[in-house]
Design a protein around this ligand. Structure first.
Ligand SMILES: C[S@@+](CC[C@H](N)C(=O)[O-])C[C@H]1O[C@@H](n2cnc3c(N)ncnc32)[C@H](O)[C@@H]1O
Length: 394
């Protein structure tokens, strides 16, 4: 319902949401003055700091994000003065979503809508030091050596995305630690380890924090990155983290491996890694595919012509088909398989992580039927299938 409101009503609304702690989020948009240096958009949300709950005002100017934390005592004044600079705002509260529109004279109208907040929202930890596995502020030697942190434990601004990616990865690993075998030394291989930020992070979590008896091997085609990583592992005295130059398909150093990681390995290198993992009967597999060209070249389905005739759609669609096929084949090999969002899509489109845990239980017949139907509909012959002897002949 739309209603014109006078200032008193607007202030009463602010009073209510502030004193009763009902504000979940407010977003302001369309600055009233074109030359306003604030920003086109400003959001406010509660954050939990060591000193208690505060309200974080976030502005973005020229791709830089600025934060200002405001105590609850000053919140009403801040919201009021902020509204004076914008033409509209959306307040999400515990009771309702309320849109505020300002006309040219600065008069406000409130439009109340149903609430989009599903459950009571607990103020979040301050986003910078959120319940990360590696919290900001605590110096971590390997992150310092890799240039992600300063010796004081501050995250280097340019490496913030990397820091978040490492933490997100460790969160996902933490969830499957209990699926690794116990009572024996563990062997873990990271295929296509590259500069190995995540390989070092994995060792830090499992060997240093969890004190597990692990040997982690990073493998990559590139001699120079392997030399750099080996040197760093030596400097850290991490003897059970070793690196080797080699191609995934030719890697024969072990007869069994407990966990296989393959993050952003190119095209069918991911499939080669998944096949190795299945062959070893690895208990856990974590994989984030990278460029997926193989099926892009093969997919053909007249019914999907409106989609496939656009290169960009075909590319994204092929990547999804590739991941669906990999997940299905992993399930057929007896893995409980999940596809998870690795990091926000705004940072990279390569954001799907395949997490597979060996369960052994599987209805292969039904999975195989579904798989074949799907594969034939897309008219593809996936590399990964060719490497598996699970699929019965046509
Ligand atoms: C995009 S980087 C990813 C590095 C790291 N895993 C990460 O996520 O930050 C991909 C790496 O995979 C390596 N790679 C690609 N194909 C490979 C293969 N067949 N065998 C071993 N390494 C491979 C490349 O050399 C490169 O370093």
């Amino acid at each position: 319902m739309k209603e014109k409101t006078n200032k008193a009503e607007w202030l009463a609304f602010l009073d209510e949401i502030v004193t009763e702690g009902k504000l979940v989020q407010a977003s302001f948009s369309s600055p009233r003055r074109k030359d306003d240096e604030t920003s086109r958009k400003l959001t406010v949300r509660p954050v939990k700091l060591k000193t208690g709950v505060q309200y974080q005002f976030e502005r973005q100017i020229d791709n830089k994000v600025f934060h200002e934390n405001v105590a609850v005592e000053q919140l009403k004044d801040h919201l009021q003065s902020t509204m004076e600079r914008y033409k509209q705002a959306l307040f999400k509260t515990q009771d309702a979503d309320v849109q505020i529109l300002a006309n040219k004279k600065g008069e406000l109208a409130l439009i109340r809508q149903g609430k989009s907040v599903k459950r009571a929202v607990v103020p979040q930890e301050h986003n910078r030091s959120k319940a990360y596995v590696l919290p900001e502020g605590e110096p971590v030697p390997f992150l310092i050596s890799l240039g992600v942190m300063t010796p004081e434990g501050r995250v280097v601004k340019a490496k913030y995305d990397k820091f978040r990616q490492i933490n997100r990865f460790l969160e996902m690993v933490s969830d499957v630690i209990s699926d690794l075998p116990r009572g024996k030394p563990l062997t873990i291989v990271d295929f296509g380890c590259g500069k190995s930020y995540l390989t070092f992070a994995l060792y830090h979590l499992l060997a240093i924090k969890e004190k597990l008896d692990v040997h982690i091997i990073g493998l990559d085609l590139k001699q120079d990155v392997i030399e750099t990583c080996s040197k760093l592992a030596k400097e850290l005295n991490w003897e059970r983290l070793t690196f080797r130059v080699g191609d995934i398909s030719d890697y024969e150093d072990h007869s069994a491996v407990d966990m296989v990681v393959t993050l952003h390995a190119c095209d069918t290198a991911t499939d080669a890694a998944l096949l190795k993992a299945i062959g070893w009967g690895a208990s856990v597999i974590l994989s984030v595919p990278c460029c997926q060209h193989e099926l892009f070249r093969q997919i053909s389905q007249p019914m999907l012509k409106p989609l496939l005739k656009h290169g960009i759609l075909k590319e994204r669609f092929s990547a999804l088909v590739t991941d669906a096929i990999r997940a299905n084949l992993l399930e057929m090999a007896g893995y409980r398989t999940q596809l998870l969002e690795f990091i926000d899509l705004e940072h990279t489109p390569k954001n799907i992580l395949i997490r597979a845990v060996k369960s052994g239980k599987t209805d292969v017949v039904e999975l195989e039927r579904e798989y074949k139907q799907f594969r034939d509909f897309m008219a593809v012959t996936p590399f990964m299938e060719k490497g598996m002897d699970l699929i019965s002949q046509k």
